[in-house]
Design a protein around this ligand. Structure first.
Ligand code: KG4
Ligand code: ZN
Length: 348
């Protein structure tokens, strides 16, 4: 017999915390595998792919091949770290969309094979939903519902209203580039390697955020636009003399970062005013940005918001966020069939 002790986990008759979920994330260039028990993350392993560095961006074909090489050792390490055996697993979760189709196929196919071999159910997870729910991982500091989340990744920028773990509504999103792309494309203009976001963050620490002013788009609703910023930086740099970038790298990075953060936080403030929800979170790779983390905290103090920021390892792509999302789907009985397949783009 199984019985529920609260909304968050199940205690089986032999006192095992359940469900135990093995989750696979393979949407882009990182192979992630995590194990969670009763919503608690026991392991969160990531195999990065350095093969793309020299190409200035992720090469889909190479990403799929690297996932093929990494997936078995990553699953084994995640199980060993969690001290969990295959027979203990209650369900296998995977990222179904969005992402690079070849990369997704490796994770989905592996998950299906495991589910078939172990006779366990499958749980399909939407990557962007998982980024938002990364905010629920910390048992001691997570937002109550409803909350707002600015999800800023390499492919998406969204403001999400989370009414419950599985009721997420996108109330604003980018109409062109994502915030991560804005960081990476700006970094490219400065001659920095891919992915440039973390490098802008690093150089910005020693720069003046008000040294240079770049265009901020005026969008009427809760949507974002970042393509104008890239053009504004390009035109500005074209007017400068040789050696300007090298001489002003810290100030340029600080000013670009400041502009992107301003765009994000102004929209968040508008979203708070419209929804009257004052619990706010950030998520996605760009939420690892130290300037954004600090600015959100300061905005929270100024406007009396309660702010939440996932730990660094749960900001960029990881399987722990897939596991926590799968945990809630398990509790509500949302399973996928063995005929499931990935999709490169999909609404929630
Ligand atoms: O969520 P994520 O790991 O992958 C996607 O789902 O896209 O986000 C990757 C993005 C990249 O654009 C990367 O440059 C950006 O997150 N990023 C950062 C930082 N760390 C990662 N951007 C700014 N500052 C950072 N510290
Ligand atoms: Zn992501």
């Amino acid at each position: 017999m199984m019985f529920t002790t609260n909304d968050c986990f199940i205690l089986t008759e032999n006192n095992k915390i359940a469900p135990i979920i093995l989750a696979i994330e393979s949407s882009c260039d990182d192979t992630g595998v995590a194990v969670c028990a009763g919503g608690k993350i026991l392991s969160n392993i990531i195999a990065n792919q350095s093969v793309h560095e020299k190409y200035g961006g992720v090469v889909p074909e190479l990403a799929s091949r690297a996932h093929m090489q990494h997936i078995v050792p990553t699953v084994q390490t995640a199980l060993q770290t969690a001290n969990i055996e295959l027979k203990d697993i209650d369900a296998i979760a995977f990222t179904q969309s969005p992402g690079l189709i070849g990369s997704l196929l490796v994770g989905v196919q592996f998950a299906k094979s495991m589910a078939l071999a172990l006779g366990k159910p499958l749980i399909a997870v939407h990557h962007m939903q998982a980024h938002v729910l990364a905010n629920l991982i910390d048992e001691n500091n997570h937002p109550e519902f409803p909350f707002l989340c600015v999800t800023v990744s390499g492919g998406h920028t969204q403001i999400v209203l989370a009414k419950s773990a599985l009721e997420l509504e996108v109330i604003g999103e980018t109409i062109d580039d994502a915030a991560g792309e804005a960081f990476d494309k700006s970094a490219k203009l400065l001659g920095l390697p891919y992915p440039g976001g973390p490098l802008i963050d690093k150089y910005a620490k020693d720069g003046n955020p008000l040294a240079f002013k770049f265009a901020e788009p005026q969008m009427p609703n809760l949507d974002f636009s970042f393509s104008g910023l890239k053009t504004s930086i390009l035109y500005f740099l074209q007017k400068q003399e040789a050696g300007f970038i090298e001489a002003n790298l810290n100030d340029l990075c600080a000013s670009i970062q400041h502009t992107i953060i301003n765009i994000l936080l102004k929209k968040l403030q508008k979203a708070v005013e419209q929804t009257n929800v004052k619990r706010v979170c950030i998520a996605g790779g760009v939420s690892a940005n130290s300037g954004l983390r600090k600015a959100l905290q300061q905005a929270g103090e100024k406007h009396d918001w309660k702010t939440y920021i996932p730990a660094f390892q749960y900001c960029t792509d990881n399987a722990a966020m897939i596991a926590i999302t799968a945990h809630y789907k398990y509790l509500s009985g949302q399973f996928a069939g063995l005929d499931t397949s990935p999709t490169a783009r999909a609404a929630w």
